[in-house]
Design a protein around this ligand. Sequence first.
Ligand code: 13P
Length: 314
Amino acid sequence: MPVTIGIPVPTTVNHVPERDAKVIKILLDTKIITIFAAAGRKRADSPRLSRMERNLLTHNIIQMRRKIVAGNWKMNTTVPEGRELAEALVAELPNVPADVQLIIAPPFTHLCSAGKAIEGSAIALSAQNCADQAKGAYTGEVSAAMLKSIGCGYVILGHSERRQYYGETSATLNAKMALALENGLKPIYCIGEKLEEREAGRHFDVVKAQIEEVLYTLTPEQMSQVVVAYEPVWAIGTGKTATSEQAQEIHAFVRKTIAAKFGQQIADDCSILYGGSCKPSNARELFARADIDGGLIGGAALKAADFIAIAQSY
Ligand code: 13P
């Protein structure tokens, strides 16, 4: 049962699970909580956090709208290459603003070794997908419980490549979403329109339906665990990025659509990432927008220097 506790900046701390309330009280007494509250402020005036503070944030002692830069490696790199990439990111971590949460989403085969490489660091581990069944005779599938047991904190769900090439529907995604949440994984739920849908002026309708058909089935507590990623399909892997105006317009609409069902507070606390040809040269302009809380990065996440440069764009 979530409880809300009073802190100096109450809008940044909400829906704290009861089991964490004691920790929060200690943090309040020791004034650490004021540091968390500051981290939830708009990015321009966020102070740098120490490693200890960053670790506490990573472990979700409290929730707030976070700046996130997540790398979706898709079906790229061998296991040794993936480990090397993860190690390079850990080495560069001190050069990343402490209030930016880095997440890597390697292929299933890499989760163990890449997970080991980032162990003890503030980088979080995500899977790119999970099964729509809890367990059993489903050859080739990987369950949410398995992902949790290997140290994943997140799972990407509803990526357009899965919708397009593997026939994932809202019904499939509802099942995956429920299993992810039951197993303590935070879903990174991807939405976005195709080129013909944008050209027909249907992009708002498409995104609204993707939100309503999947996210509207959640409870407010479940919704507060979800990260949303807006990835216009026409911008993915094409080198054609949405302008920051186009992205901001949709992000604000996404937040409004979430608020209509779950209330303003949950919508304000939800991190909404942009994805689609995001790179070091355009990240700064995108991330400067009020409703863009970071990026879900494909191609540019495969080079440590580019991924880190994107994370430094705040
Ligand atoms: P690109 O950054 O390669 O366009 O891919 C974006 C993406 O699909 C991330 O999930």
